[in-house]
Design a protein around this ligand. Sequence first.
Ligand code: GLU
Length: 473
Amino acid sequence: MSVRVRMAPSPTGYLHVGTGRAALYNWLYARHTGGTFIVRIDDTDLERSTKEFEDEILASFRWLGLDWDEGVEVGGPHGTYRQSDRIDYYASIAHRLVDEGHAYFDNRPTEELEELRRKAQKEGKHPGHYIRRPSTEASEGVIRLSVPQDGPVEFSDVVRGDMSFAAADVDDFIILRSNGTPTYHLASTVDDIDYEITHVARGEDLLPSTPKHIVLTKALGAEEPTYAHLPLLFGTDGKKLSKRHGATAVTDFREAGYLPDAMFNYLANLGWSLDSETTIFTRDKAVAAFDLTDVSKNPAAFDVAKLDWMNGEYVRAMDPERFADLVRPQVESSLGRALTRGEFDTFSAIAPLVQERTRLLPEAGDQVVFLFEEFEAYDDTSWNKVMTKDGVAETLAAANEALGDLGDWDIPAIESALRALPELLGIGAGKAFQPIRIAVTGSSVSPPLFESIAALGRERTLQRLERATNQLA
Ligand code: GLU
């Protein structure tokens, strides 16, 4: 039987990185097995679901490189892949379950039900023992499923192994609300059956729902899918990943300038590995090797520092021309204007050096803006650390002299002129070069000094040395 897996996002918020990873594992499994990846929208919560969130979630899937074969926007043999289109249909199924004796109407207040539950518990009976009502009674209120009271609900989870839930823990749960809308349990289970889902791979937070889905599937006369519950993501402090840890939405990472390939690689690697030593791998390699059975059941830590490192690896591995093209719009947006042809050539020449020092693309833009416009102010930290020391004025004066007299304005000439300074001034190289760097680029974080000065040109370099000297006074 061909594999059919699904992601069923609720459009009530942005795509959380944990859900992004679940999507990625479903996609990998579909691609690995030559199966079908389906995206349906779980929007039965009509009040909280929005089109904006739906668009964001789908855009995030696409940004991660996850394409789907059936579902919203792409269509497929099942017509609609949106739960809000099927509300009446779910209601008819709930009524059918009542007719068949698998479910019943219930309009009793919660307190009364709680009392009956307590009574059952005291007598060591299943909660349904007192709660359950015959299907034939009053067609009002919610509809509850009559959950079988004999024996535990058992299944074998691909990630977590054999699972067993005591029957008493699976209450007669609501499948249809009194306003006629389905609960998540009903809509999700009906969809998984109708769309012939073979494997349900989803976050471990949904594990308590699974026995309910299993008994409901049986009541509907269908065969249950294989389940794989994926471990949740934690912050580096061991707590469940939440907004407290910083960005948690895939969109945030996209906007912060992370590369989709790096994000894909990082998420894939959280709880699954290609082999025991490879951390950096392509989508194709992951597709070739991926199996749900290899997903670890241990919680994985989402560590932004590692993601940054990995992003840097991808940045450095990039073709330099592509790098320059990707960074160009960022430089232009900082400048508020387009780069001229000559400026782009200047930038392209220095770009490979910037590429080596970049983890996130926006950092690259920030590093080169000094080439094209006068910076407003010096970076505070850099200035306070370096420019307030003794001897800075002498260093800048010496640099001014060495560069002012220079014949050819090229990297070797600039380098040899400046390399003579430390000895001349009787100070170390760092002490000599740091003030020059800050004077010329505005910050102690910049592309390499000699190349930066060569790219900036003589006139502007000398002007900036003067500007910094004036600021010292
Ligand atoms: N709409 C549910 C969620 O976003 C889907 C759960 C499932 O995969 O069954 O949590």
